[in-house]
Design a protein around this ligand. Structure first.
Ligand SMILES: *[C@@H]1O[C@H](CO)[C@@H](O)[C@H](O)[C@H]1NC(C)=O
Ligand SMILES: *[C@@H]1O[C@H](CO)[C@@H](O)[C@H](O)[C@H]1NC(C)=O
Ligand SMILES: *[C@@H]1O[C@H](CO)[C@@H](O)[C@H](O)[C@H]1NC(C)=O
Ligand SMILES: *[C@@H]1O[C@H](CO)[C@@H](O)[C@H](O)[C@H]1NC(C)=O
Ligand SMILES: *[C@@H]1O[C@H](CO)[C@@H](O)[C@H](O)[C@H]1NC(C)=O
Ligand SMILES: *[C@@H]1O[C@H](CO)[C@@H](O)[C@H](O)[C@H]1NC(C)=O
Ligand SMILES: *[C@@H]1O[C@H](CO)[C@@H](O)[C@H](O)[C@H]1NC(C)=O
Length: 356
């Protein structure tokens, strides 16, 4: 293989590790544990990830989940693409599941997280992959396009489009004012709560309430009780409940809540603290102007009923950032498109990948 990054020191800790049975999740995904590996990346964090090699001639897909999840978010994609012969690398991101959980938000800067992703590719001897991300995983896709474009042949975004560094050129307080004026509520108002000391404990004390609103069937609740400033805190402190969408099985719910309970929320919330502090905006200064646009094929799966990642804004972000060859699909779905619109998302992603 050719290597465009300096050789990394990694060690495959447990390629054939035996993990507990599916019911004992304690931070490990219930997907077939024999496919999981652990790698200590260059900066000394162990990543837990699902790994399956490609059939000859097929590319490798790197799937990146967001908050508050784990590789289990991709449960409907893993089997589908594995059966089609694609290689898979599906990590628990930093702060989640079986991966390391440092609590210093500086360690979650995009330039560092993207370096970890490239270490995973190197550990798997993959020169070039196709990356697909959802939620904060989509922000990592954008930064991979900025920092390591040569390691990817195409970039896929689900729900969240291209998170432009320019969004952070204004303060978080101004961003709230602008979105309130434009949309009617602060679409990122909850970031503040997620960046406040003690929020991890409030969530952990009200995990069912938190799970309900995060995966709610009644998506417009996000307009009042999730997104705007003060909304989510009031929801949790009153331990409110609502039905989750039918794309969540009782087993999914139990597994996800178990994982959050056993792993805790503190590290995962660092993904927000980088945004409300200057950590991410300072870090973005390292992106050269000419690396801001994506010069490879791009896919966006926009969610028409996502009241945080507003489809029209996400579509616009992708059109602004991608130079050419942009595929945009829209789903009558809330934020969790790869769960709620799984069959359509799988077939659209497959068609896109086959067209590359
Ligand atoms: C999960 O729990 C089991 C038994 O309770 C234990 O043997 C195992 O080491 C734990 N795994 C992790 C990754 O903490
Ligand atoms: C990972 O590597 C770092 C040094 O880079 C080391 O301090 C740490 O102990 C390693 N972790 C494991 C689990 O081997
Ligand atoms: C910018 O992109 C080029 C490839 O076009 C890449 O080689 C370079 O490392 C990137 N620069 C930075 C600072 O990431
Ligand atoms: C945001 O709007 C409020 C109320 O209109 C105003 O008091 C405040 O100064 C604004 N903040 C910023 C940073 O623009
Ligand atoms: C949050 O808690 C940490 C210690 O856990 C402390 O160092 C820090 O100053 C606190 N931050 C705020 C804003 O209170
Ligand atoms: C919130 O309600 C759940 C039941 O839905 C209950 O198990 C939990 O203890 C309650 N939490 C608090 C902090 O009262
Ligand atoms: C984008 O356009 C440039 C110049 O027209 C071309 O060289 C490149 O192959 C195109 N990229 C894609 C992904 O179509």
């Amino acid at each position: 293989m050719f290597s465009l990054v300096p050789a990394v020191l990694y060690c495959v800790l447990s390629a054939f590790v035996t993990l507990p049975a599916a019911s004992q999740t304690n931070g490990t995904s219930p997907l077939d544990p024999s496919f999981y590996k652990d790698v200590n990346v260059t900066r000394g964090f162990v990543y837990h990830y699902y790994s399956s090699p490609p059939e000859a001639g097929k590319p490798v897909l790197l799937f990146l989940h967001g908050f508050p999840s784990s590789s289990y978010d991709w449960r409907n994609q893993i089997g589908f693409f594995q059966d089609q012969g694609y290689g898979l690398i599906v990590p628990d991101m930093l702060g989640y599941g079986g991966t390391a959980k440092p609590v210093d938000p500086h360690l979650y800067a995009s330039s560092l997280i993207t370096g970890d992703m490239v270490d995973l590719l190197d550990a798997e001897d993959v020169d070039e992959a196709i990356v697909i991300g959802h939620d904060w995983g989509a922000k990592v896709v954008a930064r991979l396009a900025n920092y390591f474009p040569e390691r990817f042949s195409a970039f896929g975004f689900l729900s969240v489009g291209y998170f432009s560094p320019s969004i952070l050129e204004i303060s978080y307080a101004e961003l709230n004012n602008i979105t309130k004026q434009a949309i009617g509520y602060e679409i990122y108002g909850y970031w503040d709560f997620f960046s406040t000391n003690g929020t991890d404990q409030i969530i952990e004390d009200n995990l069912d309430s938190f799970f309900d609103i995060t995966f709610t069937a009644n998506k417009v609740l996000w307009i009042t009780d999730f997104a705007p400033q003060g909304g989510l805190q009031a929801w949790l402190e009153s331990n409110s409940t609502t039905a989750a969408g039918d794309f969540i099985t009782p087993e999914d719910r139990a597994i996800s809540i178990d994982t959050m309970r056993s792993e805790g929320m503190r590290a995962a919330l660092c993904w927000y603290e980088v945004m409300t502090s200057t950590i991410e905006s300072d870090d973005n200064q390292g992106i050269p102007q000419e690396n801001l646009t994506i010069k490879k094929p791009v896919f966006l799966g926009a969610a028409l009923e996502d009241y945080v990642a507003i489809a029209a804004l996400e579509i616009n972000s992708i059109i602004q950032a991608s130079e050419n060859a942009t595929t945009i699909q829209q789903y009558d779905s809330g934020h969790w498109v790869m769960l709620e619109a799984k069959d359509q998302v799988n077939s659209d992603l497959l068609a896109w990948i086959e067209s590359l």
